[in-house]
Design a protein around this ligand. Structure first.
Ligand code: SF4
Length: 343
């Protein structure tokens, strides 16, 4: 089916729903696609007689697995639109279909615009789920212009070659030793900056939505973020009471790491408290006035992207190690989530 700006291959899944006689369906869509939710429901109901429940809580990634929260509603399956599955669950309590929303934007013009700015000959191409289908086209374009395109493969958290997540840059890292620079296709600056910090290589970002090519500004933004992180670490130096934030969303839950953090804090004679959250927000933490600093084990974007919104410093696990003097600032790295099966 087509919705403004995207193509969603929902029909094969609807057929499977019919074949399996699934009755109640839950529909999960990310914020950017929510306005199309009613149209998606109409398409499902046109060919099936199912009841469809739209999950309206904010959803930012495939890490947001809602199975346990809706089990009592007799939901037979979940349609998760707009993200690709993270590492496979052994036995999900409710079967979940992940259906990508492919951007219908033509990326060739913006990639051509970026060609003069690419650095070196070997170019790593990375992107987010909605532009993955453009990789063969971008590869050909680079070859025609005498570059050597390279596409990496991520760990078990990554569904598709060439794909990166805001919490996982292993696809980029897998080719870091081979490439001279990266071409990132997608929107925003979080992914390209994360890629720069994880690979220590230059990144040229093209945004097909705004038709912009960003290169030098990324370096400036990276410096700003690093200064901000340095500030967060400095202002946590004298913290005595730490809140260890743990996500209840299972795909961003790092429980083992939370226990390791507590052990580390105890060894350094600091008090710590485990705090569980579903959707992280500064308001949820306002009442914990005696906490001096939060260590987030949830989505890395919370500490890095939303830092300014929190009243107390919020730092990542590696930043805590720097605060406690276990790791040096020189060893700073971007916070990433590894497949939890590996923990
Ligand atoms: S943990 Fe954050 S970056 Fe990773 S998939 Fe979830 S929302 Fe995206």
């Amino acid at each position: 089916m087509e919705i403004p700006g995207y193509s969603i291959d929902i029909e094969p899944v609807i057929q499977q729903i019919k074949d399996k006689n699934y009755s109640r369906i839950a529909l999960q869509v990310p914020e950017g696609l929510k306005q199309a939710a009613l149209k998606i429901v109409d398409v499902i109901k046109k060919t099936t007689k199912n009841d469809v429940f739209i999950l309206a809580d904010p959803c930012y990634g495939a890490c947001d697995r809602v199975q346990s929260k809706i089990q009592h509603l007799d939901i037979a399956c979940i349609l998760h639109i707009g993200h690709l599955e993270l590492e496979k669950l052994q036995s999900p309590s409710i079967p979940t279909f992940y259906i990508n929303a492919q951007s219908t934007l033509d990326v060739s013009k913006i990639v051509k615009k970026a060609l003069p700015q690419l650095i070196g000959k070997k170019i790593g191409i990375v992107t987010t789920a909605q532009h993955l289908h453009t990789l063969p086209q971008v590869k050909t374009l680079l070859r025609e212009n005498h570059f050597e395109p390279v596409i990496g493969k991520g760990d078990a958290r990554i569904a598709h070659e060439g794909q990166i997540l805001g919490c996982n840059f292993t696809t980029g890292k897998s080719i870091a030793a081979t490439v001279d620079s990266y071409l990132f296709i997608g929107s925003g600056t979080f992914h390209p900056i994360g890629l720069m910090l994880s690979t220590k290589k230059p990144v040229i970002a093209v945004d097909p939505y705004t038709f912009t090519v960003v290169k030098d500004e990324l370096e400036t933004l990276k410096e700003t973020i690093m200064r901000q992180r340095y500030g967060a670490i400095a202002s946590s130096q004298h913290a005595q009471r730490f809140g260890i934030l743990i996500a209840t969303k299972s795909g961003q839950q790092r429980l083992q790491q939370a226990f390791s953090i507590r052990k580390l804090l105890t060894a350094h004679k600091r008090h710590s408290y485990f705090i569980l959250l579903d959707t992280f927000s500064p308001d949820s933490l306002l009442s914990f006035r005696d906490i001096d600093c939060y260590v987030s084990t949830g989505c890395p974007r919370i500490a890095l992207d939303d830092y300014m919104q929190y009243k107390k410093p919020i730092i990542t696990p590696i930043e805590l190690e720097i605060v406690l003097g276990v790791t040096s600032w020189d060893a700073y790295h971007f916070d990433e989530i590894v497949p939890q099966s590996k923990v």
